[in-house]
Design a protein around this ligand. Structure first.
Ligand code: ADP
Ligand code: MG
Length: 329
């Protein structure tokens, strides 16, 4: 009887939704009786967060806040205030390798837009003067944030998707869902276990190959898996690749031998910030940071095809591409 029930359960078809939100492909795979309604609520929540935090929307709280830089503060919703607060904490923790005030640099390069180009060193130096998370003034009592200087601006592109994945998970749980796969453009949350009770298998992108080609897979249950890579958004000039993760120290795409970072954690907001941060910090500092945070594990891939895996993943990560060399921590 129980076998019958289990096999019956695993045959249940999920509700699958693919759509374009937050500047990325959103894929939801939701299992269970209430999946249709839960998925609808989840999509509404994603739209709600995008409306509040997008730098590309005239009416978003972030645009309003940026427009008031150097003048006055902007009152924010609980969502936006929370994400900025977390981003500032991580900016401090990483000593500015993650810096949410990176927007002037992001805009200057315009990667992924029709304005993408390699700016002059001069232009970069000018804009870089505006990048400093220490100029973000938080007033928790009034839920207000102010940027000290005119021209300064916040970009939550390295953290908002992680927060959204956590919120989508909450919406699904509140709507009686215990098994789902959330994918916000490579920001994955595997909710619960698969409908047959086994763990999820998440492919880890081969950063040197085309999208969807994996170099290995990770078995996880109820975890966030977030990857940052130089293949996500980039353009090529004179054979050189310029990607979208910037080193706030010099204003150029971060180049230190790392080509992909994957973070496994309970909260996707942590995974999102840490994948971006460790990408900038590089192998040694990145591993040190991850190992200092409880419950967070990582896979780092370097351009010389080495795969560094933290100890907590040694039984769950399986390297399948023999071109890469496994380096245990
Ligand atoms: P993706 O958006 O492809 O998932 P990430 O999570 O790594 O990749 O975020 C990259 C985005 O974060 C960039 O598009 C930009 O908006 C922002 N960003 C780039 N460099 C930094 C940085 N050093 N600190 C904070 N945010 C950054
Ligand atoms: Mg990120």
């Amino acid at each position: 009887m129980s076998t019958f029930l289990i096999s019956c359960k695993s045959n249940i078809k999920p509700v699958e939704k693919d759509t374009y939100l937050m500047g990325t492909i959103v894929q939801l795979k939701v299992y269970g009786g209430n999946a249709e309604k839960a998925t609808q609520k989840a999509l509404e929540r994603i739209g709600d967060i995008e409306n509040k935090m997008s730098v590309n929307m005239e009416t978003s709280e972030i645009t309003k806040l940026n427009d008031k830089a150097g003048k006055s503060g902007q009152k924010l919703s609980r969502d936006t205030y929370f994400v900025i607060d977390e981003a500032v904490k991580y900016s401090k923790l990483t000593e500015g390798a993650f810096d949410l005030s990176i927007e002037p640099i992001v805009k200057l390069w315009g990667i992924g837009t029709d304005k993408e180009r390699v700016p002059s060193k001069n232009e970069i130096e000018e804009k870089l003067k505006l990048v400093n998370y220490k100029d973000i003034i938080l007033d928790s009592k009034n839920s207000t944030v102010k940027l000290k200087r005119t021209g300064q601006a916040i970009d939550l592109g390295g953290i908002a998707k992680g927060y959204t994945a956590d919120e989508v998970k909450k919406v699904l749980i509140n709507n009686k869902i215990s098994s789902a796969l959330i994918n916000l453009g490579g920001n994955v949350y595997a909710v619960g276990s698969k409908s047959d009770g086994t763990s999820w298998s998440i492919g880890v992108q081969n950063p040197l190959d085309t999208r969807g080609k994996y170099l290995g897979n990770l078995r996880v249950t109820d975890k966030s898996v977030v990857t940052s890579g130089n293949y996500e958004r980039y353009f090529i000039v004179d054979g050189k690749r310029y990607h979208h993760i910037f080193d706030p120290k010099d204003g150029y795409p971060s180049e230190n031998g790392i080509i992909s970072t994957t973070i496994v954690s309970d909260k996707s907001i942590d995974g999102d910030v840490l994948s971006t941060s460790t990408y900038v910090l590089g192998l040694t500092k990145g591993l040190k940071l991850v190992e200092s945070i409880k419950g967070v594990e990582a896979i780092f891939i370097t351009s010389d095809k080495k795969v560094y895996v933290t100890s907590g993943l040694k039984d769950s990560f399986n390297l399948t591409d023999k071109e890469f060399i496994y380096e245990k921590r």
